[in-house]
Design a binder for this molecule. Structure first.
Ligand code: SF4
Ligand code: ZN
Length: 311
């Protein structure tokens, strides 16, 4: 095959192994924007004129999401506001917050920056310093609090659609974590988006859910988007990391296997019926959940106890 871009015959910079395409920088970027647009359309993620809160952590996925949603915007189709949650991880989150602020200035997007301290009265570092039970990994505490933080910030500014930069690899890791922990119910819940009528207060959308992680990173490089260069110091505590390697190794020898895994996940979500679990209302936050208090409220209360007992 000639070494030219499959689409425009320009100079190729990327070989998409799973499709056999060679793409020049421009055609590669257009293909990523088009993929995100198709995902939004296919799953009817957005309505005309909607206000969307974009979770912008300062990492590559969220900054690329903001960039692409800005580029996709036609005639005020939607309005964007960015939300950054600062967990309070010393020598890590500061750089990301700076990058998020600069990106919002560049796109002229309203930016709401809130910290765990403002939202919950403690930082993640405070909680982890006082943790005495290794069962509670950093991410199992931080993740639910981050999600709740974005929801609280969105509520504060009156927006009920939340977009996050979760990519295909994130979706597959979550799928496998749930599979390995015997929680098929959670897989069933992992729809392209959750809507308020299903008992959730917020509509949550993931426009990158069908795009490979390495392609988002490559898009960021090709479009000169500065993103946080260092990894979270707690990243290796998470099984996610091990699963990332497993799936990437499989993909290396079997290009396209990530899409097959995604299809299995979608089939379980859409076509397999499970005996409905009784949902109850969490009396702390008012959300529907399988337990009262819900798992997020339990994490908040545990974190409060840990920080108070040593203050
Ligand atoms: Fe929080 Fe874990 Fe992500 Fe670090 S890797 S920001 S601790 S969820
Ligand atoms: Zn709750």
């Amino acid at each position: 095959m000639d070494n030219v871009c499959t689409k425009c015959s320009g100079n190729p910079v990327y070989f998409r192994k799973y499709s056999g395409e060679r793409l020049c920088s421009e055609c590669f970027s257009s293909s990523i924007i088009e993929k995100a647009r198709r995902t939004i359309k296919k799953h009817k993620m957005l309505k005309y004129g909607e206000k969307i809160a974009v979770g912008v952590s300062g990492g590559k996925d969220s900054l690329a999401l903001l960039d692409i949603l800005m580029k996709m915007q036609r005639e005020n189709e939607y309005e964007l506001v960015a939300i950054t949650i600062d967990e309070g991880i010393k020598n890590y989150r500061e750089e990301a917050v700076e990058l998020a602020i600069k990106a919002c200035e560049k796109y002229n997007v309203e930016h709401v920056n809130m910290s765990f301290r403002e939202l919950f009265g403690f930082t993640l570092d405070n909680v982890l310093e006082n943790r005495n039970d290794v069962k509670n990994t950093s991410c199992s505490i931080c993740g639910p609090l981050r999600r709740r933080g974005i929801e609280l910030a969105a509520k504060k500014i009156g927006v009920n659609t939340i977009a996050t930069g979760h990519n295909l690899d994130d979706m597959l890791q979550t799928f496998m974590i749930n599979l390995l922990s015997g929680d098929v119910y959670r897989i069933k819940q992992s729809k392209p988006y959750s809507t308020p009528k299903e008992g959730f207060e917020f509509k949550k959308i993931k426009p990158f859910m069908e795009i490979y992680e390495n392609e988002i990173a490559f898009y960021s490089f090709q479009n000169n988007l500065p993103f946080q260069s260092t990894d979270c110091p707690h990243m290796n505590e998470n099984i996610r990391n091990e699963l990332r390697d497993v799936v990437n190794n499989l993909e290396k020898n079997h290009p396209g296997i990530k899409f097959s895994l995604m299809k299995s996940m979608e089939d379980i979500t859409e076509n397999i019926e499970l005996k409905p679990k009784k949902l109850v209302t969490c009396l702390v936050c008012g959300n529907n959940s399988s337990s009262n208090p819900c798992s997020v409220c339990k994490t908040i209360s545990l974190s409060e106890k840990l920080t108070k007992s040593n203050s």
